[in-house]
Design a protein around this ligand. Structure first.
Ligand SMILES: *Cc1c(COP(=O)(O)O)cnc(C)c1O
Length: 476
């Protein structure tokens, strides 16, 4: 609610008549200055909107509001400036992710490494050789960027970067299978979320889907029986966000590629996450396959996201056979799904960090995945110490589980330590909402009737801000 004056002892009352004319308002110094930056029309509009708000307020108070005429005018001035500021304020904001979900799909997935931010910033702020061959002094191709690093890291012959993995899958299928059959297991006809459904992507690409096997069991002989004249390729999809357990079977990738290659057909694997490290470093990834192991098993093309386990920007990356990558590059859809210079800059920088084990830890996703429980506990205790003067607040460290998220390593649970919060007389739901309404907003979870914060996903530098936000939420 608006309040015209905190000084209720002031006997002068605001009435509808004390609302100054718009012209008078525009003559006030701050608004006159605002006209220079925002233009006359914008400022007039904001002043009108402020005056309307005050009019409504006074009417609600029965025709008179507290405060003098001068106070009403000053309030209108401030309000109009707020309206102008809000109009140009971005809606995309930074938040603190205290959910413990590392690749949080709703919170922008992977945070970038400092190196990648710096690199993208430098490339963004100037000109670059995006499509310029510096040796020849002539037109070049954007697709040369990131390719050398990708070949180095995965052992693939060639690589390609597009806007995201959905685009990668679409353009590969369109380029290699338009009008022909793609053989895929019924157990892999998955929906990733956000409208990405394998059968629909296949249909959009112009390929004809040839389903084999059953939801829970598909054998290599099922694929073999479906191969025919019209077969373009065999598709393998990583079931990103669920696991089928129990009576299940699916052929190993090597078995599948051996079959396909006997018929001179390629295997295209939509891997989803794109882990570039060794296979499942400590079991925490629950057998999430690595890009290299898929290529080694004979997959001809492997597609994955840039902003899942790779820890880079939104992008789709395809690695594999040179002739197939070239065929994909020539497809007209490539122009529609190509990556921009900021993406190339951040992808190259992130890949550079993957090159050796110590620098890999500078990638936030990798660091969060490998963070020890004792380090998280130390962070949790540090937060609690910063809050222990708040009388109404109880905070304690409890056991919990973080998750990989982003459709990576489904079912994975990384042991963690949580900070459980309770504020006297405030429900968990409203504490959670207050944290979310903060600046920056803090996104927390509720577990067993208490708000819990998982510091695995809170960047080191965000600790003090988090403490301030919790303090405000507890005391407001
Ligand atoms: C996440 C995912 C996609 C979609 O990737 P985007 O980069 O979000 O477009 C496609 N396939 C699989 C298997 C995935 O896990």
């Amino acid at each position: 609610m608006v309040s015209c004056s905190p000084r209720r002892r002031n006997r002068v009352m605001t009435s509808l008549r004390s609302i100054p004319s718009i012209d008078t308002l525009l003559g006030r110094p701050a608004l006159a200055r605002a006209i220079a930056t925002h233009g006359h029309e914008s400022v007039t509009g904001a002043a009108r909107q402020a005056a309307d708000a005050l009019r409504d307020e006074i009417r609600q108070l029965g025709g008179h509001g507290p405060g003098s005429d001068e106070e009403a005018a000053a309030w209108l001035e401030r309000r109009a400036l707020d309206i102008l500021r809000a109009r140009v304020a971005p809606s995309l904001r930074r938040v603190i992710n205290a959910t413990g979900v590392i690749i949080h799909t709703n919170l922008g997935r992977a945070p970038l490494a400092a190196e990648a931010i710096e690199r993208a910033g430098r490339i963004a702020g100037g000109y670059s050789n995006l499509e310029y061959d510096l040796e020849a002094g002539d037109r070049g191709h954007r697709h040369v960027h990131a390719e050398r690093l990708l070949r180095e890291l995965t052992g693939a012959e060639a690589a390609l970067v597009v806007n995201n993995n959905a685009a990668a899958t679409l353009v590969v299928l369109a380029a290699l299978a338009d009008g022909r059959e793609v053989i895929v297991s019924r157990g892999e006809l998955v929906e990733i979320g956000g409208g990405f459904r394998i059968p629909e992507v296949l249909a959009e690409s112009g390929a004809v889907m040839r389903e084999v096997g059953t939801t829970n069991r598909t054998r290599v002989t099922d694929y073999a029986a479906a191969i025919g004249e019209r077969t373009a390729l065999l598709l393998r999809v990583h079931p990103s966000n669920f696991r089928i357990e129990g009576f299940t079977e699916r052929p190993g990738l090597a078995e599948l590629t051996a079959l396909a290659h006997r018929f001179k057909l390629p295997v295209f694997e939509d891997l989803g996450s794109g882990w570039l490290g060794a296979e499942d470093p400590d079991g925490s990834l629950r057998d999430e396959p690595s890009v290299t192991s898929s290529l080694r098993a004979g997959a001809d093309l492997v597609a994955f996201s840039g902003d899942k386990l790779l820890g880079g920007p939104q992008a789709g990356i395809v690695t594999g056979r040179r002739d197939l990558i070239d065929q994909v590059r020539r497809h007209p859809l490539m122009r529609a799904v190509r990556a921009d210079k900021l993406t190339y800059a951040a992808v190259e920088s992130t890949l550079g960090l993957w090159a050796d084990a110590p620098s890999r830890l500078r990638i936030p996703v990798v660091r969060m995945l490998t963070m020890s429980v004792s380090e998280i506990e130390t962070r949790a205790k540090r937060l609690i110490e910063q809050l222990n003067d708040i009388r109404s607040l109880t905070a304690e460290v409890v056991d919990g589980a973080s998750t990989t998220g982003g459709g990576s390593a489904p079912g994975s649970a990384l042991p963690t330590k949580l900070v459980a919060l309770a504020v006297e007389g405030v429900s968990a739901a409203s504490l959670e909402a207050r944290l979310r309404a903060g600046d920056p907003p803090v996104i927390a979870r509720i577990r067993d009737g208490r708000v819990v914060l998982d510091l695995r996903t809170v960047a080191d530098g965000d600790g003090p801000e988090l403490a301030t936000s919790v303090r405000r939420a507890a005391q407001s």
